[in-house]
Design a protein around this ligand. Sequence first.
Ligand code: ZN
Length: 204
Amino acid sequence: MTTYLTPALAWRRLREGNERFVAGASLHPNQDASRRHSLVEDQHPFAVIFGCSDSRLAAEIIFDLGLGDVFVVRTAGQVIDDAVLGSLEYSISQLHVPLIVILGHDSCGAVTATKGAVETGDMPAGFIRSLVERITPSVLTAMRNEETDVNDMVVEHVKQTASRLADSSRVISDAIDDGRVAVVGLSYKLDEGRADLVSGIGKL
Ligand SMILES: [Zn+2]
């Protein structure tokens, strides 16, 4: 019989792991051979982390976690597409994770590129354009609120990503309404290593 964490306990576990990482006191849990062997048959991650692909944002490291702890989905600028939504829905309906984390970070290259495209009107070529198009609404909202710093735009983008998930996916919105799942939006500071809470949906 598997017991699942509540959204509040899952959030606490992530927070505590991040505090250890910030303090330079990481425990590196669940990374040995016995943990690996114990996970061969199945997995019960306690959260799904949907974050930016940035190499400095390695999910298991910044929350001091190991194998089998979190289901991770990352795209540049944490932009949502159908594969992202499918991955998140899978983590909720099949793996029963109680917490969705949206993870953005300061000095994000994708948000910076979008800011540049909005300011100059020059869109990037290839599929990078697709990233920029998906971040543009967040940048425009930030500008309308007179937030011109890229890190304020990152925070706005984290908030919009969280609400867009709930709007786009029936599986996610139903799980939030039932109290099975909560969504937290975090903004990560590259320098300090701290992931600050900037938005939340559902009961924690
Ligand atoms: Zn980024």
